[in-house]
Design a protein around this ligand. Structure first.
Ligand SMILES: Nc1ncnc2c1ncn2[C@@H]1O[C@H](COP(=O)(O)OP(=O)(O)OP(=O)(O)O)[C@@H](O)[C@H]1O
Length: 292
């Protein structure tokens, strides 16, 4: 249900929901060049469960600037997904604040400030690839010619020209994930939130999609928040790597990536790359040691 909201789709009947706004934009971004696109201050989130409270986020503060590619890495349960979901207004923090383009997360969701890509492609099997991409655009009330233009543009961006009339089951897992990215890009939001989008894919496909994503980021200058378990993926893609640690979920290190923006895959064999990867690994280890 929350996933449907993030895609701009209506909740199923009977679900408590925020009203879906059908206009294209509600409220202009209230930021200038020097203001962070995403700003989290002392975020706290405790889930109340039958087994007691779970402190998923503790005192999380972070600024993400326009055009940043920020990866979140850390062991299972350290709050990576929860943090992304708070930014996307899919979870309500129990403390602290977060702004997206100067708005509350909920205002930002209504203003279509971000696209969200989930771990699984989550395409509707009875709709074609085009139909899947078109669905949120229909709900948002775009005119037909504009929908057509947007669908063609995003299919081209993710290298799926000619596949619009296919159904999801006719595409490989990697292509389905690209279609899911195309759907998130169709609103043309400046921010893309991606929750471990390539986790289920094999290494070769993942490498290819990493390259494509980097190219897409370069072409579109979007701001990207990206959850991953993979150190090489985080180092290859990001401008900054946020290392997190569990129980309670918190940020333990923020690593600036000094690699050039132009990154062929074999940059992963260079001493510079390995040095940054080493620092990420040390950060992850330190987070674990803290628990013992
Ligand atoms: N809706 C929820 N209700 C209760 N507990 C939750 C809920 N969502 C997440 N949690 C708990 O909060 C903690 C952080 O979860 P989260 O999914 O954010 O971690 P993660 O770092 O993304 O993990 P993974 O890498 O396994 O996806 C975990 O202990 C998880 O069990």
């Amino acid at each position: 249900m929350a996933e449907r909201r993030a895609l701009g789709l209506p909740a199923r009947p009977g679900w408590k929901q925020h009203r879906i706004c059908r206009t294209k934009t509600v409220g202009a971004p209230r930021v200038n060049e020097n203001t962070p696109v995403i700003q989290a201050r002392n975020l706290d989130l405790t889930f109340e469960t039958n087994d007691g409270p779970i402190h998923a986020l503790q005192d999380v503060s972070l600024d993400i600037m326009k055009g940043d590619f920020v990866s979140f890495i850390g062991p299972s349960g350290c709050g990576k997904t929860t943090f992304l979901r708070v930014i996307a207004a899919l979870e309500e923090p129990t403390g602290g604040t977060v702004t997206v383009n100067g708005m509350t997360p909920d205002e930002a969701r209504r203003a279509r400030a971000y696209g969200y890509v989930f771990q699984a492609a989550g395409l509707y099997p009875w709709r074609t690839i085009e139909g899947n991409i078109r669905l949120p655009l229909e709900i948002m009330g775009f005119e037909r010619p504009e929908m057509r233009e947007r669908i063609d543009r995003v299919l081209q961006l993710v290298d799926l020209e000619g596949f619009g009339k296919k159904f999801p089951w006719q595409l490989s897992g990697g292509m389905q994930q690209r279609a899911s990215i195309a759907r998130a890009l169709a609103f043309d939001a400046d921010i893309l939130l991606m929750d471990e989008p390539f986790g289920a894919l094999d290494e070769i496909v993942r490498d290819h999609l990493n390259e494509q994503l980097l190219r897409l980021w370069d072409k579109t200058s979007k701001t990207i928040g990206f959850v991953t378990h993979s150190i090489p993926e985080a180092v290859y893609l990001s401008t900054r790597i946020v290392v997190m640690s569990p129980r309670p979920g918190r940020i333990t290190d923020v690593i600036e990536n000094t690699l050039p923006r132009d990154r062929p895959l074999d940059i992963r064999d260079t001493p510079e790359f390995l040095e940054i990867a080493h620092r990420v690994r040390e950060g992850l280890r330190a987070g674990h040691a803290y628990e013992d």
